[in-house]
Design a protein around this ligand. Structure first.
Ligand code: SF4
Length: 362
């Protein structure tokens, strides 16, 4: 199987902590130039997934895909249909911003029309003070309203993103956020520890001495709370940051962790051929569009993985999942748990997985 990822590099405003590549772009601005470039890139990269099996997952991430208009979603779907065989696609995810869901009347019908069957919504917190500090566009009632609107529109596979481990977050507030998330009953929850991403406002604040990260002990406690609350609410943890109702794991992201081939389209998008080649586009809309307008593929970079690098990827990706890494890869399991055909990091050690994984790398 294979997957296709599309990077939509536009945001209406920037969030404090974010380091993803994106351009500030109000909703009403047309994205025609980007979409035309996407059409050219799709045609030129048509062969990348040949021999890699049917395309099973589509994922539009960003940036903020929900800034695109209904017509633009239809145009992109038509481009993809004209180049790739999407007849076997099982999961089509689009990331949305709660405010767009609530304010754009034609967004959800358009997503349904183009075949989207999974929504990933960036909620991040159910605390007004934290949402403001993060410079998110939505408030708590908008997030709840957006979730309900998605349900009314018939979306039955919704993921929400949450963030913990930032200085202003107290354990009680994190517990409240988790309770509110569980009350909405999404099929999937991703929860990430805030980090200092290069190019983010938060990293600048930290460099100026205006922000300090919470200590490891606090983050570990909040992570344990996350595991506990979600487990009690019936969410299985299938990766260090991902939890879901039975059978509702993200097929697209699971394919990344299984080292399945995927093609990334759009500025800053990465691709992997399923064996030893990773390549990426430049993180610049201007560079991306002008290269394609001149008839060339945009040049970001690429790397051929050595056998040791492939091994390390298999270990790193496998051990971050509850499934674990194949027994064929590990001679001395040490503190790892035996699951039958694999070794995994015990659930209560997931928080320190990076230091555990180091011991198994070449
Ligand atoms: S978190 Fe999402 S919405 Fe916020 S700046 Fe980053 S990509 Fe844009």
């Amino acid at each position: 199987m294979a997957g296709i990822y599309l990077h939509i590099p536009f945001c209406a405003s920037f969030c404090t902590y974010c380091g993803f590549y994106s351009e500030v772009c109000p909703r009403q601005v047309s994205h025609t130039r980007y979409i035309e470039a996407l059409g050219r890139e799709s045609a030129m990269r048509r062969g990348f997934l040949e021999g890699r099996g049917a395309v099973k997952t589509l994922y539009f991430g960003g940036g903020t895909p929900s800034l695109l208009s209904a017509d633009e979603f239809r145009a992109i779907r038509a481009i993809l249909d004209s180049v790739f065989d999407l007849g076997a696609v099982e999961e089509f995810t689009v990331e949305v911003n709660p405010e767009d869901v609530v304010t754009c009347g034609d967004l959800l019908p358009a997503l349904k029309q183009v075949g989207v069957n999974r929504i990933s919504m960036g909620v991040q917190s159910f605390c007004e003070r934290h949402l403001k500090w993060m410079n998110r566009r939505h408030d708590v009632s908008t997030a709840v309203g957006a979730f309900n609107k998605l349900r009314q529109a018939g979306f039955d596979n919704i993921s929400i993103d949450l963030i913990f481990g930032f200085a202003a977050l107290e354990d009680g507030e994190w517990s409240d956020t988790l309770q509110k998330a569980v009350e909405l009953s999404p099929e999937h929850i991703s929860a990430y520890q805030m980090s200092l991403e290069a190019e983010s406002t938060l990293a600048e604040l930290a460099a100026e001495g205006k922000y300090s990260e919470p200590d490891d002990e606090t983050c570990a406690r909040q992570y344990a709370l996350l595991q506990d609350v979600l487990q009690k609410a019936g969410y299985g943890q299938y990766e260090i940051s991902n939890f879901c109702r039975p059978g509702r794991h993200s097929r697209h992201n699971s394919a990344y962790w299984n080292r399945t081939a995927y093609l990334g389209l759009g500025p800053a998008a990465h691709s992997f051929n399923g064996t030893d080649l990773r390549q990426w586009n430049p993180a610049s809309l201007e560079e991306y569009c002008s290269a394609l307008e001149a008839g060339n593929l945009p040049e970001g970079g690429q790397e051929r993985l050595t056998p040791d690098e492939i091994y390390n990827e298999q270990i790193m990706l496998g051990l971050r999942t509850a499934r674990g890494a194949s027994k064929d890869l590990i001679n001395q399991p040490g503190i790892l748990q035996d699951t039958g055909d694999a070794y995994r990091i015990p659930r209560d050690k997931f928080f320190i997985c990076d230091s555990i994984i180091e011991d198994y790398l070449r």
